[in-house]
Every structure is written in C-alpha cells, then in structure tokens.
Ligand binder design. Structure first.
Ligand SMILES: [Zn+2]
Ligand SMILES: [Zn+2]
Length: 367
C-alpha cells in the first residue's frame, strides 16, 4: 500500500514528507497506523553520522498508534490494539531472557542497520529500497511495519500523543534511576542535562523518595522544568567563582550518590564523575558519535571507589518498563505529560529547530 513517510535522502539532510510503498507485515511483524511519534536526539545524531550508502532512510523510534494488521506468528497483539513502539530485541538470547533487551545479541541488526535480517526493507520507492526498521519501527510515517518485539500494547484510553516518548526518551531516563541506580531516600542524585531524558530521571528520582535531586543545565527553561519536578537547579554559567563540582558536592553533602549523564559532552562527563561522593556511581546515557571519548580523573576514581557505567535505555525491557511507567504516571508519581509539545508531522523540521534551541523539551509529531 501507499503511505507517507518523513524521509531523509542523505547524511544531514532535512526530513521531507513523501509517499512511498509499504509492505504488509511479515510473520513476526505488525502494521501500525501511527498516531504520534516523539523526536529523540538519536534520530538526529544518526541522520548526521550514518554513511551516505545507508540513505534514503526513515527514522523515528518513539512511535505510538493503532494496530491494523498482525503477522501470522505474532501472539498477544491484535488488530485495533493501541500500542507504544520501542526498541527491538530477539526475545530469545540470554540477555533478552534476563530482561535486558537493550543488550540483545542482535541489537545492531534489529535496530540500526535499516533492513530485515534477509536484507529486505518494508518501505520502497520506484522499485528501490527506502531503509527503515529503525528500532524495529521507523515510525516517522503514517504506517509503520514494526517488529513484534518493539510493540507494547497499552490501555486504549491513554492519549497516544502523550505516551509516545515512553518508548525511548522517558524510558531511558526513568530506567537509569529505577533499574540501574535504584536510589533510596537517603541517597542523592545529580542529573547532567535536563532535556526529556534528564527530566524523566529527575521525576523517577523523586518518585523513589530521593530527597536531594540536583539538575545541571545551561538553559533556564529546562532548569525551571526540573525545579517543578522537585530538583534543585544549577546553572554552571551562574556560579561565579564556584565550580559545578563544588556546587554539587555542597548541595549533596559531600558528593552525589548517583549521577545521571545525558549531555555527551566530555568535560561535563568528567565533572559528573568528580561530583560523586565516595563509592558513587555515574550512569552514562548520552552519546555523541563524533566525540565518543571522555577524560577521567583516575586518582579520584580509584581512591573513592567510584563507578562510571553506560546504559542502553536505562537497562529497560520495554515490555515490562513501559507498563510500569504508565502505572506510575497514572498514580501521579511520574508527571511527564507537560514535557510534550505536539507538532503536525509536516512541521518536523521546525520541531527539530525548536528542540535544538531549547524552546521545547520533547516534540511529538502528530498526523
Ligand atoms: Zn536477544
Ligand atoms: Zn531515543
């Protein structure tokens, strides 16, 4: 059938709405009519860094919509179900079986390559492939063929435009706190960069009963959002003679028990590690493909028994984590709804400009 996608025709190019062909679902896939898709930084960083031969390509990995067709081997998903789409996994390897879908043996193939394991693509135009299958979905589209492992069935009464980001951004930030750090009331959490991921981490830390949550960011609007969620905002530019490390240590009584790093700026990552208390743990979520190395103060790390570790999607299994987050949200313990700003799909390039300029936290594109 024909559908409309926001396609990128080459590295760094703008998103363009275009009609393409989309296949029906294979045995392990479902066809989803997309209602809304969140825009996440990974859509942009890969658009800008993937090689030219991996284009034209459809990004989008925070889709939400309604199931229109179900593949022969798919269980637990029916036509008409409302769904949130998240990362894809094989569901069979040891990591998947252990609930660690982000570390699935087939992560690269199922989420990033742009085609199915047999080399085919669900989208095509003029007989040629349009690469897709991004996070098992490529949901910058009116219709997406999603791998069943990407699909999480949700309560149909929920507003799909509000919950689309639960598939990636909100899950990564919440998971870093709820699954990785698992802080308690006696701990402190410092979050570096409070975009959508960082704000979800702030909300999850408060939901965990953490008394002292510190949010570090250069943008006033983001700091205000973090403060509304219960964090103490720190603007590095407004500290005068005091360093960020000194300020975070002061606010947390000697150093944070946990740090959550979302900026991917090497110097910030170093400060985040230095701001930890003795035996503190820094969870690294941000990644900038163009500068993936960062400096570490090895003396500080060793003498204080600090841990710096990475995390894919906050160590979440979407099948477990999305429903858990939605329950917390319904109970008022994960108040993320106000972070969403909706845009018509045709305004995707304005949405990108707005989020990069810090005018909005989480753009969600709506058909
Ligand atoms: Zn697996
Ligand atoms: Zn993402």
């Amino acid at each position: 059938m024909r559908t409309t996608v926001a396609v990128v025709n080459g590295p760094g190019a703008e998103f363009v709405l275009e009609a393409v062909e989309v296949d029906g679902p294979r045995a392990d896939e479902v066809l989803v009519r997309i209602v809304a898709t969140g825009l996440c930084h990974t859509d942009l960083s890969l658009r800008d860094t993937l090689p030219a031969e991996m284009f034209p390509r459809v990004f989008g990995h925070e889709g939400a919509g309604v199931v229109e067709e179900v593949g022969a081997d798919v269980t637990g998903i029916a036509v008409g179900d409302h769904v949130v789409l998240s990362l894809a996994s094989c569901r069979g390897c040891a990591k998947c079986q252990a609930g660690q879908a982000g570390y699935c043996e087939q992560t690269l193939m199922l989420n990033y390559m742009g085609f199915r394991t047999d080399g085919s693509t669900s989208y095509s135009r003029e007989g040629g492939p349009v690469y897709g299958h991004f996070f098992g979905q490529s949901s910058f589209a009116r219709h997406a063929v999603a791998l069943a492992s990407s699909v999480v069935v949700v309560d149909p009464s929920l507003d799909l435009t509000r919950i689309a980001p639960y598939g990636c951004g909100f899950m990564a930030g919440s998971g870093a706190v709820l699954n990785v750090a698992q802080p308690g009331p006696g701990d402190s959490v410092a979050v570096y960069g409070v975009g959508a991921v960082g704000l979800a981490a702030v909300a999850a830390a408060r939901a965990s009963g953490v008394g002292t949550v510190v949010a570090v960011d250069l943008q006033a609007r983001r700091l205000e959002a973090a403060e509304r969620l219960g964090a103490i905002g720190v603007d590095p530019a407004g500290l005068g003679e005091t360093t960020v490390v000194e300020r975070v240590k002061e606010l947390t009584g000697g150093g944070a028990t946990y740090g959550i790093e979302t900026t991917a700026v090497p110097s910030v990552l170093k400060e985040a590690a230095q701001s930890l208390g003795v035996q503190g743990t820094l969870v690294v979520l941000g990644l900038d493909m163009s500068r993936p190395e960062f400096p570490v103060d090895a003396i500080d790390l060793l003498q204080n028994g600090k841990v710096v570790r990475g995390s894919v999607e906050g160590d979440s299994d979407p099948q477990e984590m999305v429903p858990r987050m939605l329950r917390m949200n319904a109970e008022g313990r994960l108040p993320l709804d106000d972070l969403v700003t909706t845009y018509p799909f045709g305004e995707i390039n304005s949405a990108i400009a707005d989020v990069l300029a810090g005018r909005v936290v989480k753009p969600v594109l709506v058909w």
